[in-house]
Design a protein around this ligand. Structure first.
Ligand code: PMT
Length: 407
């Protein structure tokens, strides 16, 4: 495959030479792009010799004195010609400029023009790595679906010891292989996902809802689209940008969500119900705003349609149904009970009485209850990483189900 290796201006730039060699040994054509800072640490000749290609420097490189630096090259052409962009070391400055879309040199301009998968291998001083600004930039980049190769711990050039060391070149090269492979594994699949809360009106002004932000469902939609699936996202009211390459259908109530789910069920291969659907609603909503009186107000609430149960009854045997379970205790038991009761193939169980996972958080920690009887715990990670792991397990589960022809 064709890979662009972006080299940032950190002391770890010397290790990027070893990475370039590993990528070439893995059979890839490697085009190196160096920032001005990187060229202070390592001469372009090193990379030109390792890759057999001229190195790309500045955006307008006609002024470059070095013969191994190619002349002004269109960043668009480089973006279109290559299958993956790996940036190592990805400095704090590069992460910030990628996160905020600044295009102030060739590498950051290329990043904005690049439609394919991006792998980032950060390296920096420990305090810079742990700084909230860096971590916020990383979270934004993870939500975009970029794979981050976590820095290692250890002795740093600045004399400190702690996280921030560039991961080993072999580990980064392995992440590139995984990303290149993962790209293609959902192509041709049609995926239907629900996300966010529903709002059940009490009168023209008031409604019942819940704390779902939509992040988990949107991360699933982003992951599926990034891996080549055709994705429809039926979303309750949230404050998230529509994921790239995903058809978003906004709904408000459980009844509207149900109607849209069944309107899009035909031809769907994988259904994932991540939405926090209200269980109760007011079946007769007053036309006028309920006036505030001194008297207490009691509400007669009726159950909303149980969309997941109805899907369990109506889906055809080729369709894979994934439900969620939001619990505060007995998670494994409750997840397994819902799996059976609603005829799902997988239930993703998560605790929603913790601060660091569940509703609204950027991270989640789940267990997967599978129809094959297995229960797989996934360690706490960004919701995008959890989403990718869920799809990895969905693909394995479907193979296992068809192998036993149990479906
Ligand atoms: O959106 P975030 O802020 O990122 O938070 C993520 C999340 C916590 C909302 C998500 O991970 C999650 O747990 N979603 C399911 C929440 C929920 O409604 O769980 P439940 O155990 O009440 O429902 C079980 C399953 O039945 C869910 O798949 C739900 O979509 C579905 N359901 C529930 C009620 C209903 N009337 N119809 C349904 O289809």
């Amino acid at each position: 495959m064709k890979v662009v290796l972006g080299v940032g201006g950190g002391i770890a730039a010397y290790k990027a030479a070893e990475l370039a060699r590993a990528l070439v040994q893995n059979g890839h054509a490697v085009q190196v792009v160096m920032t001005a800072g990187a060229r202070e640490f390592v001469r372009p000749l090193t990379f030109a010799a390792l890759t057999g290609r001229k190195v790309i420097g500045d955006l307008f490189s006609s002024a470059t004195p070095d013969a191994t630096l190619s002349s002004a090259v269109e960043h668009i052409a480089v973006a279109q010609e290559n299958d993956l962009l790996i940036v190592a070391p990805a400095t704090a400055d590069l992460l910030a400029r990628f996160a905020h879309g600044l295009a102030s040199d060739f590498l950051t301009t290329l990043y904005l023009a690049f439609p394919g998968p991006v792998v980032l291998a950060p390296a920096m001083n420990t305090n810079m790595w742990t700084h909230p600004a860096t971590q916020a930039n990383l979270e934004a980049l993870r939500r975009r679906g970029h794979r981050v190769v976590e820095p290692g711990e250890g002795f740093l050039a600045c004399g400190m010891t702690g996280p921030g060391r560039l991961a080993e070149p072999a580990e980064i090269a392995a992440a590139v292989e995984a990303e290149l492979h993962r790209r293609r594994d959902l192509e041709g699949e049609t995926v239907l996902i629900t996300a966010g809360p529903t709002q059940e009106p009490l009168d023209p002004v008031r409604y019942i809802s819940n704390r779902s932000s939509g992040k988990m469902g949107y991360a699933l939609a982003e992951a599926a689209a990034a891996r080549g699936a055709r994705v429809t996202l039926i979303s309750g009211p949230v404050h998230l940008p529509p994921p790239r390459g995903v058809k978003v259908i906004p709904v408000r109530t459980a009844a509207e969500m149900r109607d849209q789910v069944f309107a899009h069920l035909q031809g769907t291969d994988i259904i994932i119900k991540a939405a926090a659907v209200a269980d109760f609603h007011l079946s007769k909503v007053p036309q006028q705003k309920v006036k505030k009186t001194a008297a207490r107000i009691s509400l007669e609430l009726d159950p909303t349609p149980d969309i997941l149960s109805e899907l369990g009854r109506k889906k055809d045997s080729r369709q894979l149904l994934v439900g969620f379970a939001a619990e505060t205790e007995n998670l494994p038991q409750e997840a397994r009970r819902k799996l059976e009761a609603k005829n799902c193939d997988m239930i993703v169980g998560n605790l929603v009485n913790r601060e660091d996972v569940g509703f609204e958080s950027d991270q989640n920690e789940v267990i997967l209850a599978l129809r094959t009887g297995e229960t797989i715990p996934l360690a706490r990670a960004s919701k995008r990483e959890v989403a990718d792991r869920i799809f990895d397990e969905i693909l394995k589960l479907r193979l296992a189900i068809y192998a036993t022809d149990e479906h």
